[in-house]
Design a protein around this ligand. Structure first.
Ligand code: FES
Ligand SMILES: [Fe+2]
Length: 289
């Protein structure tokens, strides 16, 4: 049997699903921090997250029906009300049997996050909005998820690791610094990549961990893009790593005036290539695949 690598679950906001994973009226069972949860989307579009097993007799609520903004227990068809964004401290006010735990959840930037604190504390920081998310100029996330047996620290440590860029990301780094400010660790990088088809892409990126499980990178270069890296403990030995790559979409639409067809085709090729590289880059960081 493998040894536990995590002595305590970290505290913060963790992504438990991409928004696209749960449609209105759908419920989904989630397994994180050694517990079972159910997330469902009510008719108002808001996400609620509860303990998966009914406090009455243990029915799996993920098998229940979403009715309005509540979920029906599959054993009794009794409705379990869960106010959107209710905090755990509000759970006493929840009608049914009052003991059903409500997890503090938010949906932002195309992902569903749950606050986890083993000590039961309330959130004390927020996840910032990506202003470009959902705008017409940007593509939606290309979404990927990996199940990995590792300690989350193995992934987090990348934020301060300049040395792996040439070998792992095939980029040369000219400028590199990291700052730590409360719950945020931010890496500033400038460098260049030699493109496979010839030419050089000069880039500058700002990459911030907001707490121990949610990272956003903004990169400017030949292509503007955001990358999301979110990892959430399943248990003490494994985690889900979700990645998203979001690109400015102008290169994929009509060819801008003054841009030659060749340049336009090349920029689209780079975009596709970049998306593929983004998909591969992070798993390589931790020798995950
Ligand atoms: S198991 Fe009885 S109400 Fe859910
Ligand atoms: Fe890296």
């Amino acid at each position: 049997m493998s040894q536990s690598t995590l002595s305590v679950y970290p505290r913060g906001w963790f992504v438990v699903a991409f928004s696209s994973e749960i449609a209105v009226g759908q419920a989904k069972q989630l397994a994180y921090w050694g517990e079972k949860l159910v997330a469902f989307r009510g008719e108002d579009g808001a996400i609620r997250v509860l303990d998966a097993y009914c406090a009455h007799m243990g029915a799996d609520l993920a098998g229940g029906k979403v009715v309005g903004n509540d979920i029906q227990c599959p054993f009794t068809r009794g409705s379990i009300a869960a106010p959107a964004s209710a905090s755990r401290s509000l759970r006493e006010k929840i009608p049914l049997k009052a003991r059903q735990r409500v997890w503090t959840a938010r949906e932002i930037n195309g992902v569903i996050l749950v606050w986890h604190d083993s000590a039961g504390g309330a959130p004390d920081f927020d996840i910032p909005v990506i202003a470009e998310y959902g705008s017409a100029d940007w593509l939606p996330w290309s979404e990927f998820m990996y199940s990995i047996k590792t300690h989350p620290r193995e992934i987090i440590e990348n934020i301060a690791d300049r040395g792996h860029f040439p070998a792992v990301h095939r980029t040369e780094v000219l400028d590199f610094s990291v700052t730590i400010d409360r719950h945020m660790a931010t890496q500033y990088t400038k460098g260049f990549a030699k493109l496979p088809g010839g030419g050089v892409d000069n880039f500058a990126s700002t990459t911030t961990y907001h707490g121990p499980g949610y990272l956003i990178m903004k990169m400017d270069g030949a292509l503007q893009n955001y990358m999301l890296v979110a990892h959430t403990p399943i248990d003490t030995n494994s985690l889900h790593l979700r990645m998203g790559v979001m690109l400015r979409s102008s290169a994929t639409r009509r060819r801008p005036r003054g841009t030659s067809p060749n340049t336009w085709r090349t920029s689209n090729r780079i975009r596709r290539r970049h998306q593929d590289l983004g998909k591969q880059a992070l798993p390589r960081d931790s020798h995950l695949l």
